[in-house]
Ligand binder design. Sequence first.
Ligand code: PMP
Length: 429
Amino acid sequence: MSNATWFDRARAVIPGGVNSPVRAFGSVGGTPRFFTSATGPYVTDVEGRDYVDLVCSWGPAILGHAHPEVIDAVQQAAARGLGFGASTPGETELAELVIARLAPQIERLRLVSTGTEATMTAIRLARGATGRDLLVKFAGHYHGHSDGLLAEAGSGLATLAIPGSAGVPAAIAAQTVVLPYNSLEAVLQLFAERGHEIAAIIVEAAPANMGVVTPSDGFNAALVEIAHAHGALVISDEVLTGFRASATGWAGIDPVPYAADITTFGKVIGGGLPLAAIGGSAAIMELLAPLGPVYQAGTLSGNPVAVAAGLATLRAADDAVYDRLTTVADSLASAVSAAFSAEGVAHTVQRAGTLFSFAFSSSAPTNYEQVKQQDAHRYPPFFHAMLDAGVSLPPSVFEAWFVSAAHDDGAITRVLEALPAAAKAAASA
Ligand code: PMP
């Protein structure tokens, strides 16, 4: 059966035919591909075509798809039982591994199943710790789909150009203040006016849900300083950047070191299965139940199969893996840029560690307003020309590109060969 037939069939039983909006190809048009398998740098669709995958499951697949060590760990864990609703050694091993890598910032780790849950819990924790309600977020940053976080969010909301979501009570929306990113003036002004009400600033460590936009040097450190001066906390959302932007996430490579109070993880930490986490100092994290008054729980939290995938992924993700990610990101970013330049397409390369994306504008956007001003109409024809040539890109210009250590020379060559025609399509859009 073809992709189109599957899409029709899916639309009859699943809203929009998808279980997460960006998958519907809404902003690029055409028929989403229905995948049946993936291995290394390739994904294969129901028609038997394979594509070089530059989505990588939206981040987790740093080792490439179906990495033998990860699959083996998952199979072994599954054979021992899919879940017990009780503690397992693997949860402790995963927490130890993360803490060893990210100490001293992370002293305790709580596992949940999705990034959305991680940020929800982080916010409740910050509110519980400070006794305050107000949350500050930045326009274009995406922190999952919980009520308080959809105002001017990135990712699917940017793709669909919607400012928020129906169904969010006004009283909850009023607890979030949205500021322009990279503007310390805006942060300082808000804190001067309402600092005593603010529980936390939540911030993508390096935003990658409006395309990649790097924080200006010292921005994260300044947020911590300002928040702390007013008794508020900083939640650094590394769901996307953690263990991907670098071995130590964005925090490990930000040119000005900073120590957020609470950090959220997802994607890579679960190796492709549903797993995410909240980490921070013992003093803050031990406010969580059962030790403290901030409640949080989950039937599937720390699921042993997901933990096995996360452990195997992080154990395999050594320096050689991150070196390869960097090399692949370097070569693809410069090749795409060269292809656009050859066609006279104004663009900037947006880069945060091994993450990158392109903005169709002549100067690098530093916030959501600027991101939205780019020539976004150039992306759909570029995207489809690449797809036709066997390269699967994120189906929105407002998303980062993801590479894996399995992207070998063959995969890269296919991307390079597809670029000239795709850049031409972008130029004539
Ligand atoms: N935070 C960030 C920075 C994200 O990129 C995402 C997902 N893309 C989330 C939170 C939400 O994670 P999930 O989709 O697992 O709920």
